[in-house]
Design a protein around this ligand. Structure first.
Ligand code: T5A
Length: 244
């Protein structure tokens, strides 16, 4: 079969053209992504491996960001997307396009420049969230989403995606305990079950890029799994930095 233009865009070995490393945390509501990104940031910054990276790339930093809302324009889009008090019902395709607009802005103005200067970028959600939420959750056409993701990212894929997997009801319970729920968190249990099933399909489809993490455990145990997987990958990507 001749690969489509979208296939060739998505298969671009983008990370080979940038010295940095792009790690994404994905998962359903309350899966602990924000908690684990903060921990991973601190752990990497204190790791001797990072000193070696900085010796090679003096401008390299460890940066954390998120979607939606990783840029000032993205923050305005995030407000519209998550507003639970709006009287107007947001249409599914409008929702999809807003996530794509946020991503296009994020990739060009923040992610790509950071990766070019050698940074390690830790991102809370990326393209797989759109497939899981708007594709499997809302039922929008997966081919359309794939095309839109390719346009929004210009082919920039994560080097590694950690899928923090937890039972939907446990995740939602965690978010409820934290306070009021946003527009997406208020969606039905069925919706969130379909989102989880979507992440399962993606992890099965892309076993090299997406690694499942058991996020039902205590935060320390989840962090331990995350660190193990990240270090294994860093050693593969930067073999000359091994055993610092
Ligand atoms: N979305 C996003 C789409 O529909 N399409 C897209 O393309 C994209 C990019 C984003 C929403 O947008 C949707 C998905 C989302 O609905 P958000 O506010 O960024 O909105 O929502 P989340 O990413 O889901 O962020 P949350 O903060 O709700 O969840 P996290 O980050 O996964 O969880 P965290 O770390 O904040 O933890 C939640 C609570 O659980 C506790 C924490 O202390 C906290 O109170 N906790 C644990 N408790 C027990 N055990 C553990 N292991 C725990 N880890 C954390």
């Amino acid at each position: 079969m001749i690969p489509s233009r979208v296939d060739s865009l998505l298969n671009t070995p983008e990370r080979r053209r940038t010295p940095g490393t792009f790690i994404v945390l994905e998962g359903g509501e309350g899966s602990g992504k924000t908690t684990q990104i903060k921990r991973l940031d601190c752990w990497l910054a204190a790791h001797p491996w990072f000193q070696i990276l900085q010796a090679h790339y003096p401008h390299a930093e460890i940066l954390t960001t998120r979607e939606p809302g990783g840029t000032p324009i993205g923050q305005a889009i995030r407000k519209v997307l998550l507003d639970q008090n709006s009287d107007e019902v947001m249409q599914d395709r409008a929702e999809l396009l807003l996530y794509a607009a946020d991503r296009a802005q994020h990739v060009e103005s923040y992610l790509r420049p950071a990766l070019i200067q050698g940074s390690i970028v830790l991102c809370d959600r990326y393209t797989d969230s759109t497939v899981a939420y708007q594709g499997y959750g809302r039922g929008l056409d997966l081919g359309l989403i794939e095309q839109l993701n390719a346009i929004a990212t210009g082919g920039l894929q994560s080097d590694l995606t950690l899928w923090l997997d937890v039972d939907v009801e446990i995740g939602l319970q965690r978010t409820k305990q934290r306070g009021s729920l946003d527009r997406l968190e208020q969606a039905s249990l069925d919706f969130h079950q379909r989102v989880r099933a979507g992440f399962q399909v993606l992890a099965h489809q892309y076993p090299k890029r997406i690694v499942r993490i058991d996020a039902s455990l205590e935060p320390d145990q989840v962090a331990q799994q995350v660190q193990t997987v990240v270090m294994e990958h860093l050693q593969q990507w930067y073999p000359s930095f091994s055993n610092p």
